[in-house]
Design a protein around this ligand. Structure first.
Ligand code: NAD
Length: 347
């Protein structure tokens, strides 16, 4: 039997501990795995592009466990009542190859993306950062707000979305928190007073969510929405003025904001900043950019965190995903109900 953590399990688990506590715990697991970066098998994700979006597989292994996530990105899905991003994941035992956990990963993607963003900002943003702008108030946005609140104490937000209903939804969802939200009339207005700028829009094109003149000295940019070939949010001039930090350069050069730049455009890997091998922010006037695309180790961390978090709880069910014949070589015997013992645990 394989442990299955479904959507309702994740909702109940997060409710039971509180979302900010959950994000703090998740961020610890993500940071722990970034800090042991060299132990991981790494490859850019395997992407299948279509006119409407992309379907991706994101595998990695630390030698003991193997994990992968299936995830899509379809920006026009909300027009037909579907989500832009939806996902599930698997964690397996490398020594036997058997899966041990299957999980929903749509909610977990929102949580792990936000936890990673806030973790990066903890290392890269100015320590006196108090305010954040969020441009794009879709499915990911509240998670981003809550992770920055939990990890950095950011309680003041200026937000903007081209769709006023998205701003109303965002405000309503966070009404019970201590986060102060000002809805701006434009992206320019939202970023004017922000120490940190999060861009998390969805459009399958090279968009200009931030133009160079909108970004002042000392700002940290958390660029989340540009995560596919032909899908970016920042004007290239901003990248030239800034120091850019990435998860896995081989993947980010294909999918991130830096796809706009030459193949040798200098970037720093986030794990190196976390371990002290590279410098992150060195001055209060420096512009830092976390060119987030989402990397497999973050999903691996999320699966690891879930596996540990659900032990001893009711927040999972057993899934009969693997066969268990008494005689491992007698797979066919599982079809023969009359054969005594052949059905193993199903007998
Ligand atoms: P979503 O479709 O739910 O929300 C996107 C929002 O952006 C919508 O409310 C839309 O109105 C708004 N928007 C679009 N263009 C805009 C513009 N020009 N100005 C202001 N707002 C604008 O999508 P989502 O699930 O929230 O995902 C957002 C983006 O983040 C997607 O591009 C997705 O692929 C990406 N993403 C990245 C990661 C990562 O790890 N980096 C993880 C998950 C999602």
């Amino acid at each position: 039997m394989v442990q299955y953590v479904g959507v309702s399990n994740v909702i109940e688990l997060v409710r039971s501990v509180g979302i900010e506590t959950f994000l703090l715990g998740l961020a610890d697991y993500i940071e722990e795995d970034f800090r042991r970066w060299e132990q991981f098998e790494k490859t850019p994700r395997v992407a299948s592009h279509s006119k409407t979006g992309v379907i991706e597989l994101m595998p990695t292994s630390d030698g003991q466990h193997y994990g992968f996530k299936y995830v899509n990105g379809h920006p026009k899905n909300p027009n037909v009542g579907l989500q832009t991003v939806t996902a599930f994941g698997v964690l397996s035992d490398v020594s036997t190859g058997y899966p041990c956990l299957v999980s929903e990963m749509t909610l977990m993607t929102g949580l792990r993306t936000a936890a990673t963003s806030a973790l990066a900002a903890k290392y890269l943003a100015r320590k006196d950062s108090r305010t954040m702008a969020i441009i794009g108030l879709g499915a990911q946005s509240e998670f981003q707000a809550l992770a920055f609140s939990a990890l950095l104490g950011i309680k003041s937000l200026y937000v903007y979305d081209i769709d006023p209903d998205a701003a109303a939804k965002f405000r309503d969802n966070l009404a019970d928190t201590d986060i102060d939200i000002a809805v701006a009339k434009s992206a320019e207005e939202a970023v004017a007073l922000a120490d940190i700028i999060t861009t998390v829009t969805a459009d399958k094109k090279n968009a200009t969510i931030l133009s160079d003149n909108m970004v002042g000295a000392g700002v940290h940019i958390n660029a989340v929405g540009g995560d596919c070939p032909g899908k970016t949010e920042l004007q290239g001039d901003i990248l030239r003025r800034a120091d850019v930090f990435v998860e896995f350069p081989e993947q980010t050069r294909i999918e991130g904001e830096i796809q706009q730049m030459a193949a040798d455009f200098p970037v720093t890997e986030l794990w190196q900043v976390m371990t002290g091998e590279a410098i992150g922010r060195h001055s209060d006037t420096q512009i830092t950019i976390f060119d987030s695309v989402g990397f497999a180790t973050e999903d691996f961390s999320a699966l690891r965190y879930l596996r540990d978090a659900v032990q001893g709880t009711d927040f999972f069910t057993e899934l009969d995903l693997t066969t268990q014949p008494v005689d491992p070589r007698n797979l066919y015997g599982l079809f023969r109900r009359s054969a005594p013992g052949a059905l193993g645990s199903y007998a």
